[in-house]
Design a protein around this ligand. Sequence first.
Ligand code: NZQ
Ligand code: ZN
Length: 391
Amino acid sequence: MDNFTFYAPTYFAFGKDTEQDTGKYVRRFGGSKVLVHFGGGSVIRSGLLDRVKKSLEAQGLAYVELGGVKPNPRSGLVYEGIELCRREGVDFVLAVGGGSTIDSAKAIAAGVVYDGDFWDFYQGKPVDNALPIGTVLTIAAAGSEGSPDSVITYEDGMYKRGASGEGLRPKFTILNPALTQTLPPYQTACGITDIMAHLYERYLTNTADVECTDRVIEALMLTMINEAPKVMADPNDYQARANILWAGMMAHNNCCGVGRTQDWASHDIEHELSAIYDCAHGAGLAVVMPAVFTYNMHHNVMRFAQAAVRVWGCEMDFEHPERTAKAGIDALRRFLVSIGMPVNFAQLGAKEEDIERMAQCACYGDARQGTIGGFVPLSKKDVENIYRLML
Ligand code: NZQ
Ligand code: ZN
C-alpha cells in the first residue's frame, strides 16, 4: 500500500425526511445567503424544492434560485451562476438534485471566489478555495455528494473535463433514499452502472498488497449486484434504494481508493461520448467498460481473474487464468444488460466516423499530454482500437 492522506469532512444526514433539516445545516456551516441550484424540473415536480425552501425560510435564510442544469452540465450556466452569486452577495451554494446539479454548484462555488476564469480549474489547477457547498441528493450515481470532484462541459469545443480539490468537498450532504424512488428505471440503471465504474476504476491498480481496499471494493460491488435487481423490480424498495445510495457515496469519496494507483481510462473515454452525443454518463460507461477491460486484460490477468472469482462467482481456471478473467468481464456485461443498459455504439447514437476525433480529444484535447489511464497508459491509437471494440 502506498502512503496517502485522506480528509473527507462532509457531514452526512441519512434517512427519511432528512431534507427538512437543510436550513439547519446551512446555518451550522456558516451560510446566510444561499444559491439554491437545481436541474431540469424533477425537484419541482416531486415537491422537494418547496420543502427545501421552507426549511431555509424556517431558519430565516435568504436565498436566490437558479435552475436549468442539464445532465452533462455546461459552462454557460456556471458563468451565469457566478455572476448571480456575486451580484446577490451569496455566501453558500446549495445543490438540490443529481451529480450534474452538484457539479455545476461546485463550479460556481469555486468560480465566485476566484479572480480568473473558473475553467482554469478544469485544466488542472487544484481547487483550494470555494464558497461552502451543501447537497440534497436525488440520484445514487456520480458520487459527487462526497467527492472533491466536479465535471463540466466547456461549450466552446465541447470539452468535458474534471476539476478537483478539497475546496469542492461538500460541507454537508442530505441522503434520503425515498427521494430516489421517483427515478425512471433507465436513470436508476445509469446510476448503478456509474457506481460500478467508480469501483472498477479503483480496483484496476498496479499497487501490490492492497487487500483492505480490494475487499472493501468487492463488498460494494457485491452490494450493487444484490440490490440492483430489487430496485429494478420495485422502484419503491426503500431498503434497496438505501443500500445503493450509501454504496454510491462510498464508491467515490475515495475511502476505497486510497494508497493505490487508479485507472480512470473508462471515464476519460466515456466523457468524449457524453460530451459529443449527450448520452447519460452511466449508459456510456456500460458500453465503454467491457471494451476497456477486454483491451487491458492481459496487462494483469490475475487482477481481472480475482474480480471474476470474488465478485462474479466464477470458477478459477488455474491452467488458463485468462479464461477466468474473461468470464468476469462477460458477467459484468450480462449484469449491465440485465438492468437495461446499452452494449454498443449504435445504441448510444455514436458514430464510427467520430472515433478518430474522440481519441484525439481524449489524449490531446485541452491540456492533455498524449496518454490516458493509470492502469495501462493508453495512446491515441489504443483509444481508437477500444472505441472500435464498441461497434
Ligand atoms: O434535471 P432533473 O430534472 O433533476 O432530472 C435528472 C436528469 O435528467 C434526473 N433525476 C435526478 N434525480 C431524479 C431525477 N428524475 C426523477 N427523480 C429523481 N429523484 O436524472 C437525470 C440525470 O441526472 P444527473 O444529475 O445528470 O445524474 P448523475 O448523478 O448521474 O450525474 C451525471 C454527471 O456527473 C458526472 C457525469 O460525467 C455527468 O456529467 N460525474 C461526476 C463525478 C463527480 N463529480 O465526482 C464523477 C462521475 O464519474 C461523473 O463523471
Ligand atoms: Zn462516473
